[in-house]
Write a protein that binds this ligand. Sequence first.
Ligand code: NDP
Length: 392
Amino acid sequence: MKNVLIIGAGGVGNVVVRKCAQVPEVFSRITLASRREEKCRAIAADIDYPVDTAQVDADIVPEVVDLLRERKPDLLINVALPYQDLSLMEACLEAGVDYLDTANYEPPETAKFEYKWQWAYQDRFREAGLMALLGSGFDPGVTNVFTAWMAKHELDEIHELDIIDANAGDHGKAFATNFNPEINIREVTARGRYWEEGQWKETDPLAVHRSFDFPDGIGPKEIYLMYHEELESLVKHFPSIRRARFWMTFSKSYLNHLEVLQDVGMTRIDPVMHEGKEIIPLQFLKSVLPDPASLGPSTKGKTCIGCVAKGLKDGKEKTVYVYNICHHEQCYREVKAQAVSYTTGVPAMIGGKLMLNGKWRGDGVFNMEQFDPDPFMDALNEHGLPWNVTSW
Ligand code: NDP
């Protein structure tokens, strides 16, 4: 019987709370805290399970420490923004609480994400006898677990890894992002980056693309090479990988709007003066774009996220593809969220469940692929994200 504190009441937070409430034998007490408590209260009021709420500014370490000391959780699940990762890790160390997140730290002033800031906490978590699980969403998260599962069961050595993420759904808007618009646009407009023969290679943003034929009736779609954080931990933990790339689909409408917004300066993250006040154009843009949490009722179609790994099995070349198909409308019926929030929130709950029931334990800071993938893969089937595997 464990007590969990979830911080962040956005699209993903809503799913994490609802999925934790479906597993009361593990998450017997749930608190949802966020910058605006009214968002937490609105979610809690719509769930048929007791959920406590609180107001907290996750950037202010002492405020979080006070909340942790008052509510005494066994685990903090961070589904606020990547900017809050370090302050929440600091607060967990001070209050003696385990930590889990779904996205790696990004400094607000540079659109850059790397594990180095969070891996630097390794000794402090280990010495404190605490555990931090990094990136327990879908990508990163399930994609790391899929890779570990292929390395355990399907291949003796992985040589090439392609992580391929398709949102084949439609929200009916001309332009909207399916998770936090500021974080999404920073990620998509960054330079592409992939691993090849022991070094990182860079491309212009979205400059490399090709067609991929998706399963389950989705068919061929254009996929674009981007940098994604799980590449960094996967090439570290699976040194046999010679090439690792991450690909994502975008609609023509999304790319056209993004190009115009970039051209006119609306995606800038440096401050500009507006009527005597400093504003950050991308933050202003976020406030006029649809809130991803509001896209649930209108989004139709599927997502398909998976990993294609090529390598050797018993001395012969083999390619394995593991993927999940998720239906936007089914997700909405279950948890009032579209599939992108769902595919992130469910693995966050599963990571928390495995930490709290002792199946994934350790002192220090961990990426997902460092643990036995089998209990996580079983839990995906059990909790709404069944996976498929094919090989040739
Ligand atoms: P949202 O913007 O919808 O939600 C973020 C929530 O955090 C909001 O409720 C926001 O409050 C709250 N918040 C922001 N800053 C603070 C703060 N300083 N103190 C307290 N609360 C704060 O984002 P999403 O739900 O779409 O995404 C949540 C996280 O999930 C992000 O880190 C994102 O990168 C990650 N993600 C990971 C994926 C994966 O597969 N690994 C995929 C998609 C997302 P307010 O409502 O007041 O703004």
